[in-house]
Design a protein around this ligand. Structure first.
Ligand SMILES: Cc1cc2nc3c(=O)[nH]c(=O)nc-3n(C[C@H](O)[C@H](O)[C@H](O)COP(=O)(O)OP(=O)(O)OC[C@H]3O[C@@H](n4cnc5c(N)ncnc54)[C@H](O)[C@@H]3O)c2cc1C
Length: 171
């Protein structure tokens, strides 16, 4: 069996020997931004499915106040979208390190709203919502896992709290 020579030459080192972890860490911010962008898209898709289903049959579910309340999660989706846009703007203008609070904020907000809207969409689809016929249950598992992956929500919230406190303690 032949082995490829995997020794690294200086020419193809990305940042420097022993600095791989640094690269991995550096990718965390942009990676989280991508997760959140996808989650906003997922929340939009779930809201659309919720609305279409609510208006679709029998005594329309859309006539019930509780359904309208759930559709009004539009507010939270748009809030999360603006937070994501703001974090992206900060990363572009002041850098990932300076934008760490904004990144932590979206990593908490986006999975939370995606899960909530997916949950309401599942509810309005009844049994079909948790079946494999629709994308909702699978999407919920994905969105829910992003409350764990790339740092659990608690850790991001703790970081937000510390960064917020720093503004006052260091003054
Ligand atoms: C679908 C999925 C994909 C993943 N992909 C990757 C990947 O590509 N690369 C990679 O490196 N890792 C990946 N992970 C790992 C992921 O980053 C970790 O699972 C995550 O950071 C949580 O770490 P842990 O599992 O060790 O849980 P722990 O750190 O043990 O946390 C478990 C629970 O304890 C609580 N908790 C933890 N810390 C605190 C705290 N400080 N304060 C309060 N409560 C706390 C939270 O409720 C948390 O959910 C993935 C995980 C999942 C679920």
């Amino acid at each position: 069996m032949e082995f490829t020579d995997v020794r690294v030459s200086a020419a193809n080192l990305l940042l420097g020997e022993g600095r791989g972890f640094e690269i991995a860490q550096g990718r965390l911010g942009p990676g989280r931004l991508h997760h959140c962008m996808r989650l906003i898209g997922l929340a939009e898709r779930a809201l659309e499915m919720l609305c279409r289903r609510a208006g679709a049959f029998g005594r329309r579910l859309s006539e019930q106040g509780v359904t309208l309340e759930r559709i009004a999660e539009r507010i939270e989706i748009d809030k999360a979208r603006w937070l994501v846009l703001n974090a992206a703007y900060m990363m572009d203008t002041v850098g990932n390190r300076a934008a760490k609070k904004e990144i932590a904020m979206i990593k908490v907000a986006a999975p939370k709203i995606a899960c909530r809207v997916l949950d309401w969409a599942i509810q309005v689809h009844r049994g079909a919502g948790v079946s494999q016929d629709l994308l909702l249950a699978h999407a919920y598992a994905g969105a829910r896992s992003l409350r764990l992956a790339d740092g659990p929500g608690e850790v991001h919230r703790a970081q937000i709290g510390k960064l917020e406190l720093c503004r006052y303690l260091s003054a």
